[in-house]
Each structure stands twice: as C-alpha cells, then as structure tokens.
Design a protein around this ligand. Structure first.
Ligand code: MG
Length: 396
C-alpha cells in the first residue's frame, strides 16, 4: 500500500461572541475556534482521518508542506514516517506545537489506515484495552452548571480562570459534595507568580482537589518544584507542549502528578503512547488536554486511554457547541460520565465533509476586550502579581 494524497479540512467551531459577553471578554472565553482535520488517501482505496491543533490555520500550510515526505510511503510504517517528518521540519524547531500539530494529524490518520487495513481498532494495535470506557471531566464555574452536569452523570468538574478562585471552588465543593472530583485550571493571562500560586494552593488544600492545573506559566518549568515543595495539592500541566521532548522536563523531574498532553498537537498517537509510558515510569497519571479540540482527536484519545495503565480522565467541553455532533460520524457514546471505547476498525470515526464545509474558518486568536483592570483576567500582561490578594485568596 502507498500514500497517494493528503487533504485538509479547516473549519470554525463554536459560536461567535455576542452581547455583553463579547463586550467584556472578546473571543477569548467563548470557545470560538478553528478545527483542522486531515485525510490521507492510499492506492488501496483505504483512507485515514486525523485532527491537528496548535494553531490550525497555520498547521494547514504545514501539512501541505509535508506532503512530499508522505507521497509514495507505505502508510503502515508509522514510526519511520514520523521520524522522516521530524527530520524534514527540524530546521523550523523541534518541540513547537505547529510542527507537533501537523505531525499529530498525519500520525493519527496513519493509525486509522493501519487499523482499517488489519480490520481492528487502533487500541488493539497499541497492546489491547484495559477498559471499555474512559472517564471524562467537564467544565463548570458556577454551582448551577456543576449540578446540571452532575445530574447528567458527570463525576468530575474543573473550574477555569483565576478571578476569585478560592470562593468559586468553595462554592462548587459545597454544591457538588465530596462524591464528585473537583479540579482547578489556573491558566493565565495573567499567569500567577510562584508566590501567589503557593498562597493560593495552600488555601485550596482543604477542598481536596484532584489536581491544580497550570499554576504558573508553562515556560517556568523549574519553578514547579517550589510549588510542589510548598503545597499539598496534586499538580497537573503539559497541555501546551508537544512531543516527548516537550513533556520530558515535567515528567523527568517529577514536577507533576498528572501530565496533560493535547491529543491534537502532542505528536500523534505514536507520541501519546510514549509520553504515557514515560509518565508511567514516574507514577504520573495521564489526563489528555482537549479544551479547544475537535471530535476526531477525541476518538484518538479514547484509543490511547483504553490501552495505557495510567489513564486518569479525559477532558471534555461539556456542554459544547451543538455543531460538534454534525461534523463527525458516529458521535461517541457518553454514559454515566464516561465515553465508550470505539470497537470499529481504525479510529472508528469519519468526518462529514459537507457539514465541515458549512463552517468556514474565520478567526482563531484570543482577543481580550475587557477594561484594563490590573490583576484581573482583563489585563493582558502575561505574568502579573495578583492584586487585592486579601480578597481573592480569602474565600468565604
Ligand atoms: Mg488547561
């Protein structure tokens, strides 16, 4: 079998910002984003589908740049093709998410082709499955949304954003009780300083969080050690890195309890399996990032999570944009806060090309529009000491 062609499908997912929400937050908090799917074609008539994140519109060009590397190759030699792609783009940088995203979608499609050619699901090619379903967690900032998700069977909730986090998390814990897991994502901008992350982490200790995510900027890897030494809350990070080399510092230095590679840009199923193994050797659990990701990468995550022992949970934007269900077939089955592991050959999913074409790409950068208010999410300084600490870190 030989690869004959590769095509890309770029689309706009989510709803554009409107009303007061748009006035206050612009596009950054609305989930309005690009999805990029790829399809690889072979002379055997088998096609494979994949998804790329990490700046999708830019990656679309990167995927077409890689076409000459792929044409004529046997799609079954996935590791060889992955290494060829890495060598081909080496001059552009090794661990970036644009290159990682391009290789991810292609790698994912190659696993899909291999599974279809061998008439077996991808999880079977990864060593077989440990589980028939994968636990998911959803996002909630208010008790109302958390209880709505709880009633729908969700068993773990994550709150994002850094404004008044102690009070928000106390309210959430009071609402959902101790039977559900609760997490926080402290990502910026503005990102917290190490001191603020330590003070905040100590305030959150009584809430028994499953993890505290991205307490400081991902570039400050060495500072995770200071937080870890000072705070008894499990740490999670890794969504903004790509490949084993991007995730390696967090794992190798035992800086996190949970590693969160993004299934759309970490380097594909090939890299996800290796990252999971590296994490396993350090007792670190895997909880793939999927905040802005689309539904094809979610299928890839399900196959990886089915086949690795240290699978914790899969992130899912629940409640997401309804169009998510239009652009793929079949839609994954969600029962009791879990997604069923697909059993069809390959990834078990395909894109609906007509539906994708109905949502052309418009824009894909985060645009803040709020007032320039020091120390809040509306101040777009990358790292900012939290002001009014007495209020924000006090809680109830
Ligand atoms: Mg995050």
């Amino acid at each position: 079998m030989k690869i004959t062609d590769i095509k890309t499908f770029l689309m706009q997912a989510g709803s554009p910002p409107s009303g007061a929400w748009a006035a206050n937050y612009g596009t950054i908090a609305t989930g309005w984003r690009n999805w990029l799917f790829v399809k690889i074609y072979t002379d055997a008539g088998i096609t494979g589908v994949g998804e790329c994140s990490g700046w999708p519109r830019v990656i679309e060009t990167a995927v077409h740049d890689l076409k000459p590397v792929l044409i004529g190759e046997n799609p079954g030699n996935i590791e060889k093709i992955w290494q060829k792609m890495l060598a081909a783009i080496m001059g552009h940088g090794m661990t970036g998410t644009v290159g990682g995203g391009a290789m991810t979608g292609i790698d994912m499609a190659l696993w899909d082709i291999k599974g279809k050619a061998l008439n077996t699901p991808v999880w079977n090619l990864l060593g077989g499955k440990l589980r028939d379903r994968v636990r998911i967690y959803a996002h909630a900032k208010t008790p109302e949304v958390a209880l709505q998700l709880k009633a729908a069977g969700i068993t773990a909730i994550k709150a994002g954003g850094t404004s008044d986090p102690v009070r928000m998390l106390e309210d959430l814990r009071d609402a959902i009780g101790d039977e559900m897991d609760l997490m926080v994502d402290l990502h910026g901008p503005p990102w917290l300083t190490v001191s603020d992350a330590i003070v905040l982490g100590r305030r959150l200790e009584p809430l028994n969080l499953l993890f505290m995510e991205d307490p400081i900027p991902p570039e400050h890897v060495e500072s995770y050690a200071r937080i870890r030494d000072a705070v008894a809350v499990p740490l999670a990070a890794g969504e903004r890195a790509a490949t084993i080399w991007g995730e390696r510092p967090l794992i190798e230095r035992d800086l996190v309890d949970v590693i969160q590679p993004d299934t759309g840009r970490a380097g594909g199923i090939t890299q996800m399996k290796k990252i999971a193994a590296m994490a396993e050797s350090h007792g670190i659990m895997l909880a793939p990032h999927s905040g802005s990701l689309g539904p094809v990468a979610e299928y890839a995550a399900l196959h990886v999570m089915a086949a690795v022992p240290n699978a914790l949970m899969l992130e899912r934007v629940e409640i997401d944009w309804p169009g998510r269900a239009e652009v793929i077939t079949p839609v994954p089955k969600q029962v009791d806060g879990h997604l069923a592991v697909p059993d069809a050959p390959g990834l078990g999913v395909d894109i609906v090309e007509d539906a994708v074409a109905r949502y052309p790409s418009q824009m894909n950068v985060g645009m803040g529009k709020g007032d320039y208010e020091p120390g809040t999410e509306n101040e777009f300084v990358y790292v900012q000491t939290k002001l009014r600490r007495g209020k924000y870190f006090k809680g109830k």
